[in-house]
Write a protein that binds this ligand. Sequence first.
Ligand code: IYR
Length: 227
Amino acid sequence: MKESGSDAPPFIRYYRPELDDDQLLARSKKFREELSERRSVRHFSPRPVAKEVIEHVILTAASAPSGAHKQPWTFCAISDPLIKSEIRQAAELEEKQNYGGRMSAAWLDDLEPFATNWQKPMLETAPWLIVVFRQMYTLSDHEEKVKNYYVSESVGIATGILLAAIHQVGLVALTHTPSPMNFLERILNRPSNERAFLLIPVGHPDPEALVPNLNRKKVGEVLHWHI
Ligand code: IYR
């Protein structure tokens, strides 16, 4: 047997209390109803949010499954106004080029219902910015590259759990995708194995916040049974 370097047993018992069918049904409905209230919000209140809350939602995200349990993610949580301002300026510089010709006419057409533009005041108004990084490989103690697996899938799942946690807590978020995003690696001084994945302002919604009046796909459009 390979030395694990630890006294921990290789497998431990896993237990969840078994629920009856009615409980399963009620809980599946309740969670669906709660999560269906989640919306991407672009208008934030400046009201502060405790650091502990942000730590809890990030550690919830970091409970996600990952390829070979490599946990190939890093989260930066930013409330420093100077760093938020630097991020806003850099993001707006990229977005000005995106909206000013780098995005196709069809793409701009698709975005019209959302009334987005290059201006990103939420990057300063929201009390927190969470930047999710994916670790393309892990750097060993000797600076050697150690392979990670299914990095985008793993980090995507972790980010989904993060958004669900933020919503469940009673806060709102925006999945912002300034592109290219490498300015985040520079501003936050990240090591060479990390690539920015998403920039997520988090906070309370502005009491006057508006969201587009969208419909979600119907069950028949997203679900095919094979039973
Ligand atoms: N990254 C830009 C543009 C944008 C693209 C898509 I696809 C969206 O769903 C929303 C915005 C921005 O964040 O404004």
